[in-house]
Design a protein around this ligand. Structure first.
Ligand code: G4P
Length: 538
């Protein structure tokens, strides 16, 4: 029998971890799992990451570049909560996948390298969080190395996030002289000890700033930190949980993931402050997480997660109700029933069979193309969730197959990769034989080329395209839209769901088209559900 849905939902926390490569996301993830007791020895996530690289062909690119292309999901129990952690790839050429992961979470944890501050790649992810009003917890990592001045880091966070950065603790010293962090709320210094302290070991804590012993032990670092803290205490507001939930404040923690320092505080912040799963908007109505009936949406589809299981896994964020293994689910788009028996959850990359899930949980349903990105699963209701974005591509390439006898395989491969959201596939209005690929990051093309080769035995040839931007077009007046398509025939293409797009080779060309056709609306974002269009809020 289902446990009490309300209490199960209340104890869920679902968040994404975002950072620039090398800031320490993998290390922190591993330490979070370790402190939650989900893994017993630190090091296993990293080594599994390495294994995954070695085992999976199309991830060769990832391996070569030392970046993580595929995002993943992990679940852990901490205190009385169930925490779902979603990893996001943070490299420069990231794909749209990253954005979509952010639609499946209720909060984000931003990891910053204390020496580098916020870097451009993270900026784009933050834009998505901002436009969705996602609450963000900030962890400034690597305080055991030479770092930027903490006050400068706080400033930088405020200006990038456009929200107040509220230090929860303050570093005393840095690099070789890192002495610890002072908790502003508890008025005590947690003394830093290098090395991977056991999760049961309590760090030494010393009360107050006005502490002669600390002054003597930690000298000028302690004095300087004291001055900074005084400044912070007068200039910065107190942490306000409501303001955090409304994405007006981000709590900031300093620490060192590698040294197990400041990690537990993050878990506590997630439990104490991060929101439980909230309501989700559908076209028909708002869906409450505590409703009896199961609903969920596929926000990510990934092939070849594990070479031992050659299948695709649809990642479903549960929006409401209770999922139990063997229940019948209605796929709203295709009107088909599925009865997934081997639904999986992901505990530090290991597939585990899942028996039940509640709102906020992510379940993985292995399938062979039955489930697509944006698909809604219900117990029968026709529901379409909104908010899963497709972004107007900024990079285009034409694709052909070197061996014309493999054209069919190319089309099959591209259709499937398009459905997965790995790339956007456009069919030009005039020369329907050509296939255009659109991406938001260059790496997407490379991943697609490699996957076509490995999974579909297609040697595809990419060539540059004159297009630089795409806008999906709609109009309240169907005749006006038809006239626009005819007049602009050379610049019109259809995407994988046959939505009409206008392709431009320069921003000027787009502007001219907009000026000449006031009856046409141009959209940089397409939502999955029923071809609804929207613009980012920010
Ligand atoms: P990422 O997932 O964000 O890309 O970063 P990852 O955790 O892989 O960390 C990047 C590098 O930073 C790693 O070193 C890691 O050990 C180091 N690192 C993480 N946290 C800290 C910290 O608190 N202090 C210090 N000093 N270093 C930290 P690497 O040499 O690239 O990898 P490895 O050989 O140690 O695995």
């Amino acid at each position: 029998m289902a446990k009490n849905i309300t209490s199960e939902v209340a104890r869920r926390r679902t968040f994404a971890i975002i950072s620039h490569p090398d800031a320490g996301k993998t290390t922190l993830t591993e330490k979070l799992l370790y402190f939650a007791g989900a893994i017993h020895i630190a090091g296993s996530v990293k080594s599994r990451k390495a294994q995954r690289h070695a085992a999976s062909d199309w991830m060769e690119i990832e391996q070569q570049r030392g970046i993580s292309v595929a995002s993943s999901v992990m679940q852990m129990d901490y205190r009385d909560c169930v925490i779902n952690l979603l990893d996001t790839p943070g490299h420069q050429d990231f794909s749209e996948d990253t954005y979509r992961v952010l639609t499946a979470v209720d909060a984000a944890l931003m990891v910053i390298d204390a020496a580098n501050g916020i870097e451009p790649q993270t900026e784009r992810l933050l834009q998505v969080c901002r436009s969705r009003g996602t609450p963000i917890i900030t962890f400034i990592n690597k305080m055991d190395r030479e770092a930027q001045e903490p006050l400068d880091l706080i400033d930088e966070i405020e200006s990038h996030l456009e929200m107040e950065a509220i230090p929860i603790n303050w570093p005393v010293g840095m690099g070789r002289n890192f002495k610890g962090v002072y908790s502003l709320a508890d008025d005590e210094l947690q003394v830093y000890v290098p090395g991977e302290a056991d999760r049961d070991t309590q760090n030494e804590r010393l009360p107050g700033l006005d502490n002669a012993d600390s002054q003597q032990r930690f000298g000028s670092e302690f004095e300087q930190a004291g001055e900074e803290i005084e400044l912070v205490q007068t200039a910065v507001d107190d942490f306000d949980k409501e303001a955090f939930l409304q994405a007006r404040q981000t709590p900031v923690f300093f620490g060192s993931a590698l040294n197990n320092f400041g990690v537990q505080e993050i878990l506590d912040a997630l439990v104490d402050w991060a929101p439980a799963p909230g309501a989700r908007d559908a076209l028909q109505r708002e869906v409450q997480p505590t409703e009896e009936k199961f609903t969920g949406m596929v926000f990510k589809v990934q092939a070849n997660m594990d070479p031992a299981h050659r299948d695709r896994v649809a990642f479903v964020r549960v929006s409401s109700g209770h999922f139990n293994r063997g229940m019948r689910l209605h796929v709203v788009r295709s009107k088909r029933e599925i009865r997934p028996n081997n639904v999986v959850t992901f505990l530090s990359q290991r597939r585990e069979r899942l028996d039940e899930a509640y709102a906020g949980d992510i379940i993985g349903i292995p399938n062979h193309g039955l489930l697509q990105l944006g698909d809604v699963l219900t117990e029968g209701e026709d529901l379409q969730f909104t908010g899963l974005p497709f972004f107007a591509p900024e990079l285009f390439q034409a694709v052909e197959v070197r061996d014309p006898l493999r054209t069919k395989q190319l089309r099959t491969g591209l259709t499937q990769l398009g459905e997965e959201g790995a790339i956007q596939v456009f069919r030009p209005h005039l020369s329907s034989g050509t296939i255009l690929l659109g991406a938001v990051g260059q790496l997407q093309f490379e991943v697609v080329a490699q996957r076509l080769k490995n999974e579909y035995s297609v040697d595809a040839q990419f060539s540059p395209s004159r297009y630089q931007m795409a806008r999906w077009v709609t109009s309240d007046d169907p005749d006006a839209l038809q006239r626009f398509i005819e007049q602009q025939a050379g610049n019109i293409a259809y995407d994988v769901v046959d939505a009409v797009a206008f392709l431009a080779s320069s921003p000027a060309q787009l502007r001219v088209a907009q000026d000449l056709h006031p009856a046409i609306e141009f959209h940089s974002l397409r939502e999955h559900s029923g071809h609804i269009f929207g613009e980012p809020a920010a």
